[in-house]
Design a protein around this ligand. Structure first.
Ligand code: ATP
Ligand code: MG
Length: 309
């Protein structure tokens, strides 16, 4: 877990579940057993509509975001099922969170954020510019912001404690933390998940530049947990606008970032103050982007199933 105290609506109270944790975007619950005690083998992951930008959780939620991303993750788990088992148990969840919650097996999590990069940008680009390496791997000269790697690279990082930033981990550090066998398996699966993700997404107009996955361990085998290949865990770029040499437009947060940095917002990023609320048209256009990503990927029309809307 990392990040700030969530702003916006608090985690809903759910009958029959105990609230255990809230991250920046998701609320976690343990189902209660017959004696009213929290079970330790299951978790309910509830995706809120909260959105973060520039490391702040904004106080205006994006309608349907939690449901869109939950359904996108579920769709990806199925696409990847022949590659890796996953933690999903059921989508039969309380009405108040229907559509945006998943009941999962509660696993012992690998203490590593398993990141793979198919394109150079962000933290990878900073390291490359400083040292000519990404995650310690020496790369050819002449790469630029948005360059594609011949093969996805495994660039793991720590799961930083709350409020701190994740730090890059060398492969040797991953081996020391989880043992050589699980480290090799994590590296192999993470890069394959991104490669498979791009095979599918790029045929539908979306580049997945990089992604973060989390694995649980069960009987010495890795199980894909958390969320997978969503715009919250990955960089999605519109494929038709890809042009190395400058920052690429982000598929989902383009309007949010653009508006926050514009005069209209009245916000000074350098001030360190929390950004203002987003206007309705920015929220609506952002919602439309999440829905578009879901519909392009899955080929299905998004119809909200959630209650209370
Ligand atoms: P943030 O995203 O705000 O930086 P976070 O990742 O802790 O912090 P969330 O993504 O909102 O917050 O919460 C998901 C949490 O649930 C993560 O800590 C993740 O490791 C954990 N998790 C996901 N799937 C499982 C699972 N099957 N078993 C146990 N823990 C899980
Ligand atoms: Mg998370």
């Amino acid at each position: 877990p990392s990040g700030a105290v969530p702003a916006g609506p608090a985690a809903p109270v759910l009958d029959g579940y105990a609230h255990v944790y809230s991250g920046k975007v998701r609320d976690l619950y343990a189902p209660l057993d017959d004696a009213g005690a929290p079970r330790d083998d299951l978790l309910l992951l509830v995706a809120s509509d909260r959105i973060s930008a520039f490391d702040f959780v904004l106080d205006t939620p994006v309608p349907d975001k939690g449901e869109v991303l939950t359904r996108m993750s579920l769709w990806w788990f199925e696409q990847l099922a022949d590659l890796v088992p996953n933690h999903v148990v059921s989508t039969d969840v309380p009405d108040a969170v229907r559509g945006r919650a998943v009941l999962v097996r509660r696993l012992e999590m690998l203490p590593v954020e398993c990141v793979a990069r198919a394109y150079l940008t962000g933290g990878g680009l900073r390291e490359y510019r400083a040292d000519g390496t990404v995650s310690g791997l020496t790369l050819p000269e002449g790469l630029t912001d948005g360059s594609r790697f011949p093969e996805p690279l495994f660039t793991p990082s720590t799961k930083a404690p709350e409020g701190q930033h994740d730090e890059p981990m060398s492969y040797a550090e991953v081996e020391a933390a989880v043992g050589p066998s699980l480290a090799a398996r994590a590296r192999d699966l993470t890069t394959r998940i991104l490669a498979r993700g791009n095979e599918i997404a790029q045929a539908r107009g979306i580049i997945v530049a990089d992604t973060k996955v989390e694995f649980g361990v069960e009987a010495d085998e890795l199980v894909l947990a958390d969320e997978v290949l969503t715009p919250d865990s990955s960089r999605f770029w519109p494929a038709d606008q890809w042009e190395p040499g400058h920052p690429q437009p982000s598929f989902d947060k383009e309007f949010v970032r653009e508006w926050l940095l514009s005069r209209a917002s009245g916000w000074d990023k350098a001030s360190g103050e929390a950004p203002p609320s987003l206007p309705d048209d920015v929220l609506e256009r952002t919602r439309a982007k999440y829905v578009e990503a879901y519909e392009r990927l899955t080929g299905e029309t998004f119809r909200p199933r959630g209650a209370d809307r």
